[in-house]
Ligand binder design. Structure first.
Ligand code: G6P
Ligand code: MG
Length: 226
């Protein structure tokens, strides 16, 4: 039996995997960084990928040497401001914003009887999936409000497997974030990275773009690691 034969479910991150909303999170955080005086950089933007809202704010404040400059209430205000900005940026999302190959891949998975779930830390993910017209593929998703630990801890990917009634080793996780790949690996699931091969080197396999995400390509790569 190949590694591929044991796979029964696919667990997707949303921002940066299903649609390019990672850039909207970045844009909204960039504005907050400007406000608190933290210099913005690509490295900082990448460190925020996959990280939940309050933790992202803490990272931005720390990067600017302002870790203890704001009260809890002020931090809540900054996080709310970022979220309002982000919601404005995603207001115009349509099915045209689905990343290349994703709808075809989801359709293929469904036709082959695979189970599918979502492991996004974003409280906005259900609204994003709805705007993209992809809700039908994901009746069972993890509610990030139920989590006690964010990525890179494995909790969200373990919950997604449990929701599907599968063992972690029966699941594939798909992520664009380093923290996300770490979470999938720690959960004991098979990790697929979307993006830079070097940055995501901890993943079982990496595809530079979602357009390469397909059952034949995954199966081919797995023969290499089996
Ligand atoms: C995802 C994104 C992060 C974002 C987090 C929380 O993991 O990759 O950039 O901070 O969700 O999103 P939210 O929409 O709840 O603020
Ligand atoms: Mg992501």
């Amino acid at each position: 039996m190949s590694l591929f034969d044991q796979i029964k479910g696919f667990i997707f991150d949303v921002d940066g995997v299903i649609t390019d909303t990672a850039r909207f999170h970045s844009q909204a955080w960039h504005a907050i960084a400007d406000q608190v005086g933290t210099p913005w950089s690509d490295d900082l933007a990448n460190r925020l990928r996959g990280i939940d809202r309050m933790e992202s704010l803490e990272i931005i404040l720390q990067a600017g040497g302002k870790a203890s400059a704001y009260t809890k209430a002020q931090k809540e205000e900054l996080a709310t401001k970022k979220n309002e900005h982000y919601k404005e940026l995603i207001a115009g999302l349509t099915p045209d914003d689905i990343l290349p190959g994703i709808r075809e891949f989801l359709t293929d998975l469904k036709e082959h009887g695979y189970q599918m779930s979502i492991a996004s830390a974003s409280h906005n993910a259900p609204a994003v999936l709805h705007s993209l017209g992809l809700d039908e593929f994901f009746p069972k998703i993890v509610d990030p409000g139920t989590l006690s630990q964010g990525k890179p801890e494995p909790e969200i990917f373990l919950k997604a497997a449990a929701i599907l009634d599968l063992e972690p080793r029966q699941c594939v996780g798909i992520e664009d974030a380093v923290a996300g790949i770490e979470a999938i690996d720690a959960a004991g699931e098979l990790s697929i990275g979307i993006g830079d091969k070097e940055a995501l080197r901890a993943a079982t396999m990496v595809f530079p773009s979602t357009s390469q995400l397909s059952l034949p390509n995954i199966s081919k790569q797995l023969l290499g690691v089996a």
